[in-house]
Design a protein around this ligand. Structure first.
Ligand code: T4K
Length: 406
């Protein structure tokens, strides 16, 4: 373990970790049960198209979330696209720019304009006051994103949506198994979208779902997911193919059996990071509300401006990457700074989004990261953050362009 800034890998030493440590290393669950399920599926030769494993997975998710309907999909992005279409969104829809690009693309993909709205830095989610200001006669809906499992200001958004006759959809890709004022995420707004991508703490390899209490909407979602078929030779909607397959559902069911264990590991990691970094001036690990249910799947380090004025977040990210600590800059640089939005919206100013996108780093966690890994990662962080001035001097000496690197 490096004792001096000059000994860091970015300056030529060997990396602290011989193997990379990732943010999104998939949780596997009970391998024997998974393989047993895979074998049953192969033996049955029923591989997809609303099979028994998908039905079982949907039922389990609906129970856990406390909703009437779960419609499983092939991934979270397609689930967003189908939910947007089934809700009849059109024209303009208000979304945060501080989100994964899928949220915005799911709109643009179907010719709907995402209207990027700034966030509230306290919640990292849509600022309701600004949402209200962004409404125009073309607005048909709002998509709130529960970033990191931090929930949107649900009441304020619901009130605005109701007053303006807008649809309200939540992108809850980060927030499965989290609660808001005691209610499980998934049961809010007109519908919510979940992701079970490999990097999510519960995964179906690739997968997603729309959850809702609205019977009519659920019926539409099911039709749209399956090309619009209402009978063997009868199509009544423009549908697509959004179906989840049986192997994915088997992975999901197996994952769900370890849900408590995965959350316990995530929480243990989060608390270890919090404890190790609690006295570090210049950075803090974002706190989760312990009175709510939380999946703790993201450990988010927020850097103070006093530190980033000396060593930028991007430089810190480069330094950690050189040590094989593969932290992620979610959601840098913000959707509005990616194509086609950057070119379409040249003058758009989202100062809070920019500030957040340049000050946070997601740290490695999940079942593939041990407490001793975290201790070492935190020692590295303390070394760098505690010696920012010296790091700056050495970085300047490198002359590799690290300071301006993306
Ligand atoms: N809305 C929001 C708010 C979302 O965050 C997402 C997805 C969506 C919607 C869309 O849902 P999906 O259509 O994806 O179901 C990852 C995930 O691909 C993406 O699902 C996720 N959000 C996003 C936050 O993170 P990348 O570009 O960071 O993926 P990647 O390949 O760099 O993986 C992250 C880390 O995980 C890597 O450093 C390596 C590790 N990894 C990854 C995979 C796939 C593994 O160790 N094993 C693996 O199999 O997007």
């Amino acid at each position: 373990m490096q004792k001096r800034v000059g000994d860091l890998a970015v300056f030529g030493a060997l990396p602290t970790f011989s193997e990379p440590l990732y943010v999104g290393r998939p949780n596997i669950g009970e391998r024997a049960r998974l393989l047993e399920r895979f074998n049953r599926i192969l033996d049955s030769r029923w591989l997809t198209n609303d099979g028994p494993f998908v039905k079982g997975f949907e039922q389990r998710i609906a129970e856990l979330v406390g909703v009437k309907h779960c419609v499983a999909m092939c991934n979270g992005t397609v689930a967003l696209e189908i939910a947007i279409r089934a809700l009849g969104m059109a024209g303009e829809v208000i979304v945060p720019s501080f989100t994964f690009i899928a949220t915005a693309n799911a709109l643009q993909w179907q010719g709907i304009t995402p209207v990027f709205c700034d966030i509230d830095l306290r919640t990292h989610t849509l600022d309701p006051r600004r949402v209200e200001q962004a409404i125009t006669p073309r607005t048909t809906g709002i998509i709130g994103v529960h970033v990191w499992g931090y929930t949107c200001d649900i009441e304020a958004l619901a009130e605005i949506a109701a007053r303006h006759g807008l649809k309200l959809l939540f992108d809850a890709a980060h927030a499965f198994a989290c609660s808001y004022k005691g209610r499980m995420i998934g049961s809010l707004g007109n519908a919510e979208v979940l992701s079970f991508h490999a990097t999510k703490f519960i995964n179906t390899l690739e997968g997603g779902a729309v959850v809702t209490n609205d019977d009519e909407l659920a019926e539409k979602l099911r039709l749209m997911r399956n090309f619009g078929f209402t009978g063997y030779d009868e199509v009544s909607y423009i549908g697509t193919n959004g179906k989840m397959n049986e192997l994915s559902a088997a992975m999901g069911l197996t994952s769900l059996e370890s849900l408590d264990e995965f959350i316990a590991v995530n929480r243990r990691n989060y608390l270890r990071y919090r404890a190790e970094l609690r006295n570090v001036a210049g950075a803090q690990v974002l706190a989760y509300d312990e009175t709510e249910k939380c999946n703790y799947q993201y450990v988010v380090l927020e850097l103070d401006e006093a530190f980033t004025r000396v060593v930028s977040r991007n430089e810190l990210w480069r330094i950690l990457t050189a040590e094989n600590v593969i932290a992620r800059r979610y959601f840098y640089p913000g959707c509005h700074r990616m194509e086609p939005y950057r070119s379409n919206l040249p003058g758009l100013q989202l100062p809070e989004t920019d500030r957040l996108a340049e000050s946070v780093l997601c740290l490695p966690t999940g079942t593939a990261v041990t407490e001793s890994d975290i201790k070492i990662i935190c020692q590295l962080l303390k070394l760098i953050i505690g010696n920012g001035g010296e790091a700056r001097r050495l970085l300047d000496g490198l002359g590799t362009g690290i300071a301006s690197a993306p």
